[in-house]
Design a protein around this ligand. Structure first.
Ligand SMILES: Cc1ncc(COP(=O)(O)O)c(C=O)c1O
Length: 443
């Protein structure tokens, strides 16, 4: 096992989304993981409040996944993904299709594999544009996102994304625009359940149709519950309204379920939670329990079939990745699905949601806490920012809690938790009480 004594130099690895110099001056190094816990290089136990990065939904160290991957790598490590196939990828697609978002009626059962959430997003955007062209709507190339959205870090993803730090340095795609975000603390703070106010914000899509012309718009993409920006729940009726407006104008609706997919909300997908059926669903993370990088885009038959036209010997979609449907990732995904199913994990969040909500809302009234938002097994705890130092307070809580043995995530001054779906009630209580102590302690 990696220990502090045999830790390599920290110089060479350029860390993603990390303050590299600050981190390397005081590193936090994880060396092992089992169940609900990480072990750090000093041997300290760290309760995982975040399922890694919202992905280890079945908890850590699942032997079944490791064995499936090992078996697959031994039998066949890799197969070309273009103009070649292998049974495992078809098997995985078929099994996923049987559990596709929205169930059989939604017909979201045509599956394109990718290597990550960012790739899933770019894939979905490209499929949407290709679809429009295939049905004779070739002027529809514009894609609409939402302020405060996070759709990964590809140029497509940052273009429809709405987090300023991810955009300010980079050029974005021409022909994108954004709905306003739905965060409205004045009207909706400390609400249990979905916010009552803000469904009308979906009318922004009408505004953008008025501004650009429907005939220029291919698709609108939103996270059903915005995760990385700090857990923003959709106002009641918002997603339904967005669906209706998109339909009215021939615009495809894409749900980015990279976080919400695979049980996070207490239903298999957010599509199931909200009962709103989009045309495309992007996933990754929980698809393989975080074990092997992989993403999947669920496309409706309508979208898929429109592209299966033209001469049969012609490639229908000029898009794909070397690692689309990688055998080891598919093996990991198949084992993950079996675990989810056998342990009822895709709906376990629903059983725990009330306990989770009560525990987290118990933090109301603590210093600096200005809002608490929960859904399924997710919480966003928003704190006031220090004057001129946005994010400093939450970051201090993050480092304090890591030292004490709890892993949380912070974005700006919002704390986010999304534990593995195997979490026990006592562990939820532990998380709440550790949070409480740390929030009180950090001024
Ligand atoms: C909603 C959403 N979309 C896309 C992504 C990007 O996924 P990845 O980091 O696997 O590229 C994320 C990652 O957190 C996400 O939350």
């Amino acid at each position: 096992m990696l220990t502090k004594a045999n830790t390599p130099s920290l110089e060479n690895y350029w860390m993603p989304f990390t303050a590299n110099r600050q981190f390397k001056a005081a590193p936090r190094l994880l060396a092992g993981a089992e169940g609900m816990y990480y072990t750090d290089v000093d041997g300290g136990k760290v309760l995982d409040g975040t399922a890694g990065l919202w992905c280890v939904n079945a908890g850590h160290g699942r032997r079944r996944i490791a064995e499936a991957v090992e078996r697959q790598l031994t039998v066949m490590d890799y197969a070309p993904s273009f103009q070649m196939g292998h049974p495992v990828v078809f098997d995985f697609a078929e099994k996923l299709a049987a559990r596709a978002p929205g169930g059989p009626d939604a017909k979201l059962d045509r599956i394109f594999f990718t290597g990550s959430g960012s790739e899933s997003v770019d894939t979905a955007l490209k499929i949407a544009i290709a679809y429009q062209r295939a049905i004779g709507q070739g002027t529809r190339t514009r894609v609409i996102g939402r302020e405060r959205g996070y759709h990964g870090v590809g140029f497509g993803g940052i273009s429809v994304g709405g987090l300023v730090n991810n955009r300010r340095v980079f050029p974005t795609l021409p022909g994108t625009d954004h709905l306003r975000h739905t965060h409205d603390p004045e009207r909706n703070s400390f609400v249990k359940g979905l916010p009552a106010h803000g469904a009308e914000l979906a009318d922004d899509l009408e505004r953008l149709v008025g501004l650009h012309g429907a005939e220029t718009i291919a698709a609108v993409i939103v996270e059903p519950v915005a995760g990385s920006t700090g857990v923003l729940l959709p106002p009641k009726g918002y997603l339904e309204r967005l669906r209706a407006i998109a339909d009215k104008h021939g615009i495809l609706l894409i749900f980015d379920e990279v976080i919400t997919g695979f049980g996070r909300l207490g239903t298999p997908f957010a599509v199931d939670y909200f009962g709103v059926v989009p045309d495309l669903v992007t996933t990754a993370k929980g698809l393989t329990n975080g074990s092997i990088p992989m993403g999947a885009v669920f496309a409706s038959r309508k979208v898929h079939d429109a592209l299966m036209q033209g001469p049969e010997g012609q490639i229908e979609l000029f898009h794909g990745y070397t690692y689309s449907g990688h055998p080891a990732a598919c093996a990991a995904g198949l084992a993950t699905l079996e675990i989810y199913e056998e342990e009822g994990l895709l709906t376990r969040g629903a059983e725990l949601a009330t306990h989770w909500q009560d525990a987290m809302h118990g933090l109301k009234g603590l210093p600096h806490v200005i809002d608490i938002r929960t859904i399924g097994l997710v919480v966003g705890i928003e704190l006031t920012s220090r004057e001129g130092a946005v994010g400093a307070r939450a970051y201090e809580i993050f480092t304090d809690l890591f030292k004490k043995g709890l892993l949380i995530r912070v974005t700006g001054d919002t704390i986010a938790l999304s534990p593995p779906l195997i979490v026990e009630r006592e562990q939820i209580d532990t998380m709440a009480s550790m949070l409480s102590d740390s929030i009180k302690q950090v001024a």
